[in-house]
Design a binder for this molecule. Structure first.
Ligand code: GUN
Length: 317
């Protein structure tokens, strides 16, 4: 066997050279804009075929209470996506002082309306309204956000109903790029009802080993260093330091933070993280459009239109 012996000096030289080369090897982009466009086109085709053969056009009721600037931007984007996907919308922009009873009455009407297949109430809601009571008041078959306890329970039991949009969108994005989470260590930072918790369930279904970190986690760095797939969903810029990421990690940044200069950034420093990761989602243009695309897919499914998605996952665990 040929053994090449390097002097310490030579070894250090090669190490420094390799480091220099790796500095210029940047992560590939998980392009949520591109993939969401594919999904929206698929949804549009399926809806067109359905309506052409006499089927009812899917309808989504979008309810916004108050005028939170971020919520207004999200809702506007969702309504625009409905237009692209061929879904008709009913818009309800309610005043900030709407009572819980008034909102429950509206949801009751929408639950009973045969032209409405999906009901979306934008969160957060003003403090006089109990969010849990509202999300659970939406008929589970119209719960296109996938937030109803029944639908989350179904996901936990691997009996897919309507699935929360952000985790579903992340799984679709990974699948599109041929990334299989099976057997990999997925570390999720953030344990919210909307993202962190259902994300763990999706990853379990896919066969990943899941660690969920949250505000009581001691030594976040220790867990982040172990991640093969890292999903950060906190909404706090800098919560994860890019130096903690191991080379070759797949980084999914769910955070959206607006800087004082108006620029939108994620929870991690993109430039530094991209120098270490194998794949990374940009902000904006990563998870956000995928979340909205999954809302369109869920609405079509709630209307009984099932799309043969190129990004469909196989529940095998
Ligand atoms: N607020 C932040 N994200 C979401 C979402 O996905 N759905 C709703 N309804 N509200 C949100």
């Amino acid at each position: 066997m040929l053994v090449i012996r390097y002097t310490t000096q030579q070894f250090e030289y090669w190490k420094a050279t390799l480091k220099e080369i790796l500095k210029h090897v940047r992560a590939s982009i998980l392009d949520g804009l591109e993939v969401s466009d594919v999904v929206l086109t698929d949804v549009r085709k399926a809806i067109d075929a359905h309506t052409l053969s006499g089927g009812q056009r899917p309808g989504l009721a979008v309810v916004l209470v108050g005028s939170d600037p971020a919520s207004m931007i999200y809702v506007r984007a969702k309504r625009k996506d409905c237009e692209k996907a061929g879904i008709s919308t009913r818009d309800f922009d309610l005043p900030i002082d709407t009572t819980q009873e008034e909102l429950l009455t509206l949801i009751g009407e929408l639950n009973a309306d045969n032209e409405v297949h999906g009901v979306l109430v934008q969160l957060p809601l003003p403090p006089q309204i109990d969010e849990i009571a509202i999300t659970n008041s939406i008929k589970s078959s119209k719960d296109v956000d996938g937030f109803h306890a029944f639908n989350v329970g179904r996901l936990a039991l691997r009996q897919h109903g309507l699935r929360p949009c952000t985790p579903r969108g992340i799984m679709a994005l990974l699948h599109y790029y041929g990334i299989d989470a099976k057997g990999h260590h997925c570390v999720i930072v953030g344990a919210s009802n909307i993202v962190g918790r259902p994300m763990g369930l999706e990853m379990l279904i896919q066969g990943a080993t899941v660690t969920t970190c949250h505000r009581f986690t001691k030594n976040l760095e220790h867990f982040v260093r172990q991640a093969e797939i890292l999903i950060i969903a906190v909404g706090q810029q800098g919560i994860v330091c890019a130096d903690w990421i191991s080379e070759g990690t797949i980084v999914i940044d769910v955070g959206i933070n607006r800087l004082e200069n108006g620029k939108l950034v994620g929870d991690i420093d993109f430039e530094s993280a991209a120098n270490r990761a194998a794949w990374i989602t940009p902000v904006p243009g990563g998870v956000g459009p995928m979340t909205r695309a999954m809302l369109m897919l869920n609405t079509a499914e709630a209307a009984g239109i099932f799309i043969n998605e190129p990004h469909k996952q196989s529940p095998d665990v």
